[in-house]
Design a binder for this molecule. Structure first.
Ligand SMILES: Nc1nc2c(c(=O)[nH]1)N[C@H]1C(S)=C(S)[C@@H](COP(=O)(O)OP(=O)(O)OC[C@H]3O[C@@H](n4cnc5c(N)ncnc54)[C@H](O)[C@@H]3O)O[C@H]1N2
Ligand SMILES: O=P(O)(O)OP(=O)(O)O
Length: 164
């Protein structure tokens, strides 16, 4: 599987804060055999976020794109809206599981509005901004990702079998 990571943070994009979440997610994915071939840090600008997500998905180079940051309720948190604008289909189960499992760790979990969806053959998943929140949330949804990617890319195998 090939992946790209997009960090959304005003402070990290200017260098005021080091990006801890993008590198943490890259390490997390690589430890599971995923090739992370591109990472980028950009400010919380909706049009720019949508543009990057669409470009990356349309390039056909990535099975998985993770975003980190901008999922909450601060005035400039616009990642879910920017994602919804460019996906063909939403996957509500990802956000549901992230919030359900994260609530066992912190009540602030319910503040994240993270969404996931599919554009063409790329799965896009929003994650919270903090390194802890981002890595916790990818670990909650990861069990379904390889199967989701295979299915959305046209795997014809039946998945209702004992092995599926
Ligand atoms: N499983 C978890 N889920 C959530 C957690 C958590 O700890 N575990 N945190 C919750 C919180 S708190 C919030 S608020 C919401 C929404 O988060 P956002 O996506 O809006 O995150 P931001 O406001 O962009 O960032 C929050 C905080 O994290 C630090 N930060 C952000 N970006 C970076 C970065 N690239 N590198 C290092 N640190 C970063 C910074 O202190 C920000 O103020 O999610 C809940 N879900
Ligand atoms: O990372 P930023 O600067 O976008 O802000 P926040 O601390 O609200 O995440």
């Amino acid at each position: 599987m090939k992946a790209a990571i997009l960090t959304l943070s005003d402070r990290c994009s200017t260098g005021e804060r080091a990006d801890g979440s993008g590198p943490a997610l890259k390490t997390w994915l690589e430890e599971r055999g995923v090739q992370v071939t591109h990472t980028e840090v950009i400010p919380d600008e909706g049009a720019l976020i949508s543009q990057r997500l669409a470009e990356w998905a349309d390039s056909g180079q990535y099975d998985l794109v993770l975003t980190t940051g901008g999922t909450g309720v601060s005035p400039r948190d616009v990642t879910p809206e920017a994602t919804e604008r460019v996906v063909d289909r939403l996957l509500p189960g990802f956000g549901e599981v992230m919030r359900m499992e994260s609530l066992k760790k912190t009540p602030n979990a319910m503040i994240s509005r993270a969404v996931a969806g599919i554009r063409k053959q790329t799965l896009i998943v929003n994650l919270p901004g903090s390194p802890k929140g981002a890595t916790e949330c990818i670990s909650f949804v990861w069990p379904a990702i390889p199967h989701a990617v295979a299915k959305m890319q046209g795997d014809p195998e039946e998945c209702g079998t004992p092995a599926g």
